[in-house]
Design a protein around this ligand. Sequence first.
Ligand code: GCB
Length: 615
Amino acid sequence: MSFEALYPRVTRTRRIEDLCGVWDFQFDPEGTGEESGWAKDGLPDPIGMPVPASFADVFTDKTSREYTGDLWYARRVFVPGEWRQGNVDLRFDGATHRADVFCNGQHVAFHEGGFTPFLAHLNEVVRWNDWNLVAVRVNNELSLGSLPCGATWTSPAGVKMAVPYFDFFNYAGLQRPVRLLASPIERIEDVSFVPAIDGPVREGKRAAAHVDYVVSTTGAHEVEVTLVDQAGVEVARSQGVEGTLTLESARLWDVRDAYLYTAYVRIVDGETILDEWYDTLGVRTVHIEGHDILLNGRPVYLKGFGRHEDSNVHGRGFDPVMNKRDFEIMKWIGANSFRTSHYPYAEEQLYEADREGFLVIDEVAAVGFMKSTKNFLDAAKAKDGKLPNFFEDPEVLSQTLPAHRQALRELVARDKNHACVIAWSLMNEPDTSDAAALPYAEQIFDLAAELDPQGRPRSYTNVTRARAGVDTIHHLADFMMLNRYDGWYVLGGPRMHEAEQVLRDEMEQWHELEPDKPFVFTEYGTDTVQGMHKLPSVMWSEEYQKEFYELQHRIFDSYDWVVGEQTWNLCDFQTGEGIMRVDGNKKGVFTRDRQPKMIAYLLRDRWTSIPDCRD
Ligand code: GCB
């Protein structure tokens, strides 16, 4: 197995066969599928299952929906004989949370981590110009070594159950597209682009600029990179595995005003093209200066959301229609940004953000880093009345940290060239209330700096239990991200008015601690049932949601070092069952079927009057 950074493209040298559709599917609760020959002979008693999709919500019985353990997918795949001169690989965009891939009974790949792509190389096992059996054993168990984190509990009857340490349903399966790829033996393996602006920005749109690049290939032939503008005209060219593309007057990529060049990367031997791959490329810079986030040198204000890849029946399965709708409602409301809470989203979402000029805070699936959270099933039992800190657990260093490092490597490798990605979110709400978090966080922050050729800003979302004065890692962050629910989880209901002072006091304290950093609110919101009205307001009513938002916005507006607001959440979404969730989390500004609650109109008025950039 190798993880795969390059997005699949058909070019002069590359071919793709789409393997989406209905696959055979079977649960394997005893974990005996492999020894029973399922990889070699196929599944003995399959049902049909669409790929991509989460399997859970297509079922009508609870046992299947909640199924935890091994599950198998299988199908026959025809591999054309003319592809035998090159590499033939299966590409899985996302198999959640881990997968073993078999071809004609032979094990060809294992991959851990449900939200980044990987390849299974087939050449050695494939039957050319013939049908081949591809079988995939997926496993959706949670542990301290899985990202997101959780546990797996086995009932006295031997039935496994997922215990998420996080607030979203543990959707799983082949949730993203599967493709068969043909590429040459001497091939492009990785490409990095680093854009820079060299002169003053004219009319807010154009500047002298250059793009440094590095290409790695499996051979020694010459590499050539050309840059083509949106009209199809070549505007820059360079040779060598490292080089610079120079643009005298680049049209910049900007917030909600995107411009994309296309970079063609080729391995050449004289006139012959040995391999060819292309990608879209936005020319823009991102820096932090004082308490501003600068895009092309101009301070931006982030307006938008924490989101989920979540929809009715599809679960977390790749859903281009819902994704498109999400962009349309975000545009309608005046948003310009989102965070990929709480895992890397499908690559197609980042391409759409590139196209639409959305600013993305890209999050690794490092969520659940806390012992016992609110209603999200107890992650640990208190010892002498005190819960241990998450980072004190020796298994966190031996299991979580290596998984986290690998997930981060794969995320940055996949997303490093996207213009839309302006920052990395390295953890969501880790329990940073104890110094035990620091050595762990240092490793992750250092690794992100090492991996990203563009050196983007790094941060983590800070949780209420580690407020200013308690948090132990904030000095590592290039900017601060706060998740706050003062007026909901804290001082909710009739005491909401007290929340304002509590949060203001904390903000003053933050500013003393970090006077030179930008702050972004990355979560704030209230559970709200669409259509529930109450005067005067009560919790869960649309009026309460409005009052809460008005309170938060008053606070944000009083500090010029608050440079962004991303509400929780764009839409209602599915969670596990619990006494605090009514068929899921209802903090959406929109419902799960993407219709507005009352608050959407307030946000639309506000965000359409706040400029994207402050000059
Ligand atoms: C949080 C988490 C998010 C939850 C949210 C909530 O702090 O980051 O995953 O869904 O709170 O609604 O409680």
